[in-house]
Design a binder for this molecule. Structure first.
Ligand SMILES: [Zn+2]
Length: 649
């Protein structure tokens, strides 16, 4: 094989001229007179055999020579013109771009053309500029282009009498003013569509349509589909000036619309601005899913979007699958596996405040993002070549985000058709991003301020709930992260400041952070031993936990020293011999002054080993309440002895 199999697909979204007078509610198809005057050439032509090629950007394009029968507008045209439209099949790859006109060989057509390069032409405003002869009539491919007339009645695309329409074009093109009396009679033979109403006809909840039926053609009749979620998108480095968040708000809104359909499993993730290396958009695959703003789409025959204070018109953007390879299955249906999806929004949209303010901008992004999911237009066949109303295998709707000419006023909200489509292609029961798999941190107990003598330390602890928590302690006031404590990454930290110091801890996980309150360790001067007198005692066993309460495992026993064995009230320290009796595990004991709530220092008084009775001499500081604290850092309750031989006072 010359290259790996791959497919491309894209789709166009067109916004049509909005009437300044009734912009809030109307949606107006440009008149034929407008179209005649804005187009470069109008011809009656017969397509010859098309062929495909790879353009300079690496994209597939279809080249169709036209044999010109008559030029109605445009001086000096040759007898043969070449129309180049994006998409096609080439060397095992395929691109299909809904909205782009397709030609059937020998089908006599009336074409409105715009020059896109040297010896290159494209159909004006996509499918709007192509009519096909059917008997006495001229019909658009998209015969149910829908909008509203200036009087707010629904617009209905109608057949035109060929002879009278051509006469109209000839007069208008030569500077005259003709009468638009060319519409065919309102009979069934004209293929006129039924009246469009704004009320949606409900479709059964379980639609009798295949998942494939909701997708665009991508490989033969096969549709494209992501095999797994989440799928991550980036925006380009060029923002949309004037749009909320520079365009990012619309991206988030669009993703939420698709993600939050709870009977499907779409999960698109917006990861912010790209590093600037993925700039191809729909022009070629570049390995990243991107949404790009203010893009030059002239090579597709699309002119810049135009905006004024009270109206806008043109093509808003294109979106689709830029690369697919391999297959995935859903039930008995097989899809080409989407590898890359992209959206390019047209240049000229910048500062289009009317568009940004009425929700249509959000709807446009949502529509194009829908194409990256592989979805077709709600009102057209899977290759966008015709209306879908006469194909019983397709659900067909005029009320949808995925309608080829988007309805105004939806503000990105999926309609019933859109829900059916996404639920059919991506069935599931996932309301992404919720229900959250991650519970954000929440602090249940704050670290407590303590007072400690100089030279000792304190252990600060925090209690917190949440999924997969991590901790980082800091020196300073809560929220100040400039001085993290190295290695202090657990729910507790032991500190031994030389002066009074404030600490706090940040508890984090993948879905959030929580800052603790500040806790201050107040350092008091050491107990003055200098100047104190030492009083010798007859050695006396002041504590023996055997037969009483042992020192609890990993816990503290508070014990009053004064008044026992001759230790006088006001004693500040004592000379002792401590014994750990036949411990069952390894551990250590720390003795420090009372009262019971005093912070524990770091130093140990005695280290003990399992099965060995060990003793050690020590001088212990007695708290102002006459007590000491005996902390057992061991996994088992400990029998403990203290013999006192003297005290300081
Ligand atoms: Zn579209």
């Amino acid at each position: 094989m010359h290259s790996a199999p791959g497919y491309r697909i894209a789709s166009f979204l067109v916004f049509i001229l909005l009437s300044p007078a009734v912009f809030a509610a109307s949606f107006i198809v440009p008149s034929d007179r407008d179209l005649i005057h804005r187009t470069g050439a109008i011809v009656i032509a017969t397509p010859l055999a098309s062929y495909t090629q790879i353009n300079d950007e690496g994209g597939i394009e279809t080249v169709t020579p036209l044999r010109i029968e008559e030029v109605l507008k445009g001086a000096g045209l040759p007898a043969t013109l070449t129309v180049v439209e994006p998409g096609g099949e080439y060397d095992g790859r395929a691109t299909v771009i809904p909205g782009v006109p397709r030609f059937n060989t020998s089908e006599r057509t009336l074409l409105f053309l715009v020059r896109t390069g040297k010896d290159r032409w494209a159909v004006t405003e996509l499918a709007l500029g192509k009519f096909t002869f059917h008997g006495d009539d001229l019909l658009r491919d998209t015969s149910d282009i829908t909008g509203w007339e200036p009087d707010l009645t629904p617009h209905v695309e109608r057949a035109r009498n060929a002879a009278r329409f051509l006469s109209f074009i000839r007069i208008e093109s030569s500077g005259g003013s003709a009468k638009d009396d060319y519409f065919a009679p309102n009979t069934a033979s004209t293929r006129e569509r039924p009246k469009v109403t704004t009320s949606f006809q409900p479709i059964p909840t379980i639609a009798p349509f295949t998942a494939t039926s909701y997708t665009m053609f991508i490989s033969g009749t096969r549709g494209g589909r992501w095999a797994a979620f989440p799928v991550t998108f980036f925006s380009g480095t060029t923002q949309e000036p004037g749009a909320p968040g520079g365009g990012s708000t619309a991206i988030t809104t669009a993703f939420n619309s698709w993600n939050n359909d709870c009977l499907s499993n779409v999960n698109y993730v917006y990861s912010g601005t790209d590093n600037g290396t993925h700039t191809q958009g729909l022009h070629a695959s570049d390995g990243a899913n991107t949404i790009l703003f203010e893009r030059d789409l002239s090579s597709f025959g699309v002119s810049p979007f135009t905006c004024s204070a009270n109206g806008y018109s043109g093509t808003l953007g294109i979106g689709g699958i830029t690369l697919a390879s391999g297959t995935n299955t859903l039930g008995s249906e097989t899809f080409a596996t989407t590898q890359e999806g992209d959206v390019e929004m047209n240049r000229g949209i910048a500062n289009c405040s009317l568009l940004f303010n009425n929700g249509d901008w959000n709807s446009a992004l949502t529509h194009e993002v829908g194409h990256t999911l592989g979805l077709r237009h709600s009102d057209q066949t899977r290759d966008s070549s015709a209306a879908c109303t006469s194909d019983p295998s397709l659900e067909c709707s005029q009320q949808a985000i995925m309608k080829s000419f988007i309805s105004t006023g939806l503000n990105a909200a999926l309609q019933v058709y859109d829900q059916h489509a996404v639920q059919a292609v991506y069935p599931g029961n996932v309301c992404a991003p919720g229900p959250p798999a991650c519970t954000a941190p929440s602090i249940t107990s704050q670290p407590q301020s303590v007072t400690v003598p100089a030279g000792t330390g304190a252990t600060l602890s925090v209690g917190a709930t949440g999924t997969s928590l991590t901790y980082q302690w800091f020196v300073g006031s809560s929220g100040v992260t400039s001085n993290p404590i190295s290695g202090a990454t657990g729910p507790s930290v032991t500190v031994a400041p030389s002066t009074t110091t404030t600490y706090w801890v940040r508890v984090s996980n993948s879905c959030g952070t929580a800052n603790s309150a500040s806790a201050t360790v107040t350092v008091t001067p050491a107990q003055p031993v200098v100047g104190a007198s030492f009083f010798l005692l007859t050695p006396c066993r002041i504590l023996d936990t055997r037969g009483g309460t042992p020192v609890p495992a990993n816990g503290v026993l508070n014990f009053v020293m004064v008044g026992k064995c001759g230790v006088a009230t006001g004693a500040t320290a004592a000379a002792v011999n401590v014994t750990a009796v036949a411990p069952s595990v390894d551990g250590l004991v720390t003795i420090y002054p009372g009262p019971a709530n005093t912070a524990r220092p770091v130093a140990s008084t005695i280290n003990y080993r399992a099965g060995r009775t060990l003793a050690n001499n020590a001088r212990v500081t007695i708290g102002t309440d006459g007590s000491i604290n005996i902390f057992n850092a061991g996994g088992s309750p400990l029998s403990f002895l203290i013999d006192v031989s003297g005290y300081f006072k």
